[in-house]
Design a protein around this ligand. Sequence first.
Ligand code: NAD
Length: 470
Amino acid sequence: MKICCIGAGYVGGPTMAMIGFKCPDIEVVVVDINEARIAAWNSDKLPIYEPGLLEVVLAARGRNLFFSTDVNKHVGEADIVFVSVNTPTKTRGVGAGKAADLTYWEGAARVIASVSTSSKIIVEKSTVPVKTADAIEKVLRRNCSDPSVQFEILSNPEFLAEGTAIEDLTNPDRILIGGKDTEAGRAAIATLASVYEHWIAKDRILCTNLWSAELSKLTANAMLAQRISSMNSISALCEATGADVQQVSRAIGTDSRIGPKFLNASVGFGGSCFQKDILNLVYICETVGLQSVAEYWHQVILMNDFQKQRFVERVISAMFNTISKKKIAVFGFAFKKDTGDTRETPAIDVCRGLMADGANLCVYDPEVEDKQIYQDLGTEKFEWDHPSPRSAPIPKTAIAISHDAMEAARDAHAICVLTEWDRFKNYDYQAIYDNMVKPAFIFDGRNILDHAKLREIGFIVYALGKPLDP
Ligand code: NAD
């Protein structure tokens, strides 16, 4: 059997590496139009940082796992074609700012149709709006010149989380496969299931109809983001009342109906998926006339914006309403720990909010590249979704980058912790404090530090959702 995956990104790369690693009898080729990305996949400096990924790639690469830019050849030869291209939010025209942009998906489908001389199973790995399989089927059928070629479309959304992708792919909670309830559909589902059965128990492979599988992925991301926004809303209430959001999380997480995971308050959720997928869900609801449902889910995003803005305002008010020309060290820029991905990271909005008020930032993140930070904190006009007096052009001179936390904090007035990297917990905060301007502030946007110890050292500490320092 030969598998080809179109798209060698955060999903296509690791998922195919795992299939190649676990299935030595299957040839797996990951193709992409981005030559630099493919070159990096073929080197020892992979294009994405993910714990354990390099070991998996090295075990299978050159044996039965390959990365190539020859899209036509490998798609043409494959029995199963995964499509794992990006599906960003549309930026213009109808549905701009909400609907999924399926340009890349449609482009991939046209390539598949034009180069196919044998029947294939087409697997939706990207997150797509419900009913996308219908549209893709039309593109495939009407662009393939060989009438004997059959395409069977399956939805097989990916639930991995960046930072834990290898663990998630090794031991997934479930594999979801949606397909048609026809003889050909059932056969295609069985073929795809047989790939995963190389390492995953049969009872973890769930089969549904196509639309349920497509909608399940959007729903899963919406529910996960909603949990974060729910706890973040409670964190604001905690600060206003003297309750402690971590104590509340523990108390409610022991209820087996709620469960303990994903209940941490934070400076806000980020990543390429949560916001995009909720917006997509909102758009779908609007197009089918379910305005109230659309508004319900949109609140999850508005709460996330509120949390980021609230954090910035807390920093400014704690520092006597004046951060102009003050150095603030930013610990962490990636949207979560163990990844170098900054897509939609809350650090972008928080940093821009601080810079717009005149602060000089020194950013330190162990995995994010300097040029990415400069690009994300560009000088264009910055505006919150909510009207804010801080919407003003940001001078580029306000950003510095350090590769050392101690250096980043030297002569700073404050530290903002924006990513929950484990290493941040183990620093010598006494030494850091000694080199800072006094009073020295720490704003812990992830609640990962030992706040009592920091207070003992002399820091003024702000922790999300916790009683404030007097
Ligand atoms: P990505 O941007 O990292 O990768 C997509 C790749 O597809 C790019 O390298 C791009 O060059 C390539 N591509 C686009 N059109 C192509 C074409 N016609 N031929 C060949 N290559 C093409 O995106 P990603 O983060 O891997 O996400 C991919 C999909 O998976 C999205 O729909 C996303 O919502 C979904 N998803 C992402 C995650 C995540 O954690 N990142 C998790 C689950 C699902």
